[in-house]
Design a binder for this molecule. Structure first.
Ligand code: C5P
Length: 212
């Protein structure tokens, strides 16, 4: 079984994906980490994230063993990740890794921006997770502060909106819902309620029954 979970930053898709993978006993890949790892490699080497040639080389040299590095979550890397993610050659170079992951046995949950549209268009279930920008910014602020980082709510909101815009407007695999994706709005949902809503969608899709 392949479950594709897409949506904008801080919509709750990562948390849902992790929980779904754990409950269903599936592998999980946070595909944002891939673009973050490429971005960090460029920044570490003193290269611009807009440098397509250097970005492609970093994508080819991707090392999944480094996906756990806390430094991948910094604001600088976050911003640079959305810049490298707009380079079509970079996305192309990272496709095989993601598609191979998706077909791991007994199944996988992948979360990102283009899983249901490009990486796994044949996924068994597709979720598109959204929430208002204000709620997403508030969640991100809590997350950053929990990690001991300074976080100004207005600045975080502006960063999110800029990233949404870049991710949605790029020509290569833009952020958008697949036509057969199920929309899940987490604006007014707790983590637990969002997870239960996701399970309901998945179970309905698997058994062909109507959603509650
Ligand atoms: O999901 P996360 O916020 O970690 O992703 C960081 C950046 O990586 C996003 O802003 C987006 O530009 C890019 N990304 C992407 N396609 C994916 C996952 C992430 O373009 N499937």
């Amino acid at each position: 079984m392949i479950i594709a979970i897409d949506g904008p930053a801080a919509s709750g898709k990562g948390t849902i994906a992790k929980q779904i993978a754990s409950v269903y006993g599936l592998h999980h890949l946070d595909t944002g980490l891939i673009y973050r790892a490429v971005a960090k490699a460029l920044l570490d080497a003193g290269r611009s994230p807009e440098n397509a040639e250097a970005a492609l080389a970093a994508a080819i040299a991707l090392d999944p063993a480094k996906f756990g590095e806390p430094a991948l979550k910094t604001q600088k890397v976050t911003e640079a990740a959305s810049v490298v993610a707009a380079i079509p050659e970079v996305r192309q170079a990272l496709m095989n890794y993601q598609r191979a992951f998706a077909t791991k046995s007994p199944g996988a949950v992948l979360d990102g921006r283009d899983i249901g549209t490009v990486i796994a268009p044949g996924a068994d279930v597709k979720l598109f997770v959204v929430a208002t920008p204000q709620v997403r910014a508030a969640r991100r602020v809590l997350e950053l502060r929990a990690r001991g980082e300074d976080a100004d709510e207005n600045a975080v909101l502006a960063d999110l909106l800029r990233r949404d815009e870049r991710d949605s407007r790029r020509s290569a695999a833009p952020l958008k819902a697949a036509p057969d994706a199920h929309l899940l709005d987490t604006t007014h949902l707790s983590i637990d309620a969002a997870f239960r809503a996701a399970v309901d969608i998945i179970e309905a899709a698997r058994t062909g029954r109507k959603r509650r």
